[in-house]
Write a protein that binds this ligand. Structure first.
Ligand SMILES: C[S@@+](CC[C@H](N)C(=O)[O-])C[C@H]1O[C@@H](n2cnc3c(N)ncnc32)[C@H](O)[C@@H]1O
Length: 165
């Protein structure tokens, strides 16, 4: 495994166990500027648990900002995998988010909670319509294939791939 991009502030057991596992990976955790200090704090609190050779760092990546993506890719790319968890939650972000996923060009593992509210459903449907329009295919992982400690019927995990890749 090579380089991974992980948007959002949470650094939880999943990433710790991933980096401690046999497959070493370099991971870049991304977010907006105001969240970076918290991201850094989380990294420093957990760094002692990681495989020493693994790179783990935080960087700004504003969805839809081509300059942020360009400089991140120049320094740390190309990326092999994007882990996108709980990032489909407001309508205005959908276009920029999908634009960034397109720009990265890597496979995407997306996880999200199935919501009851009509507004959240509209946002989630909008995301999947957009990725389809942009030529991604979506394949759902059955809950039974997910780790038993984290699996839940209302948490979906999908693999997004660009057609032809
Ligand atoms: C609900 S949190 C999920 C965080 C993490 N992935 C997780 O699973 O816990 C969504 C994250 O997306 C980030 N975010 C929201 N809009 C963004 C944007 N336009 N560009 C970059 N990151 C954004 C937020 O700051 C937040 O950290």
């Amino acid at each position: 495994m090579g380089a991974i991009l992980w948007p959002g502030i949470a650094i939880h057991l999943l990433i710790i166990s991933f980096l401690k596992s046999e497959c070493r990976a370099d991971v870049v955790l991304t977010d907006l500027d105001p969240c970076l200090p918290l991201l850094e704090k989380n990294i420093s609190l957990n760094r002692h648990l990681l495989e020493p050779k693994s790179l783990l760092e935080s960087r700004r990546l504003r969805w839809g900002d081509p300059e942020d993506l360009k400089s991140l890719e120049a320094e740390r790319g190309p990326f092999d995998l994007v882990l996108l968890s709980d990032c489909i939650y407001y309508g205005d972000s959908l276009g920029p988010l999908v634009e960034t996923l397109e720009g990265i060009g890597a496979e995407v593992l997306v996880s999200y909670e199935v919501r009851e509210s009509e507004q959240k459903k509209v946002v989630q449907d909008g995301f999947f319509r957009l990725v389809k329009e942009k030529g991604f295919t979506a394949e759902e992982f059955p809950t039974s294939d997910c780790h038993p400690d984290y699996a839940s019927p209302d948490i979906k995990v999908l693999r997004l791939k660009r057609k032809g890749r």
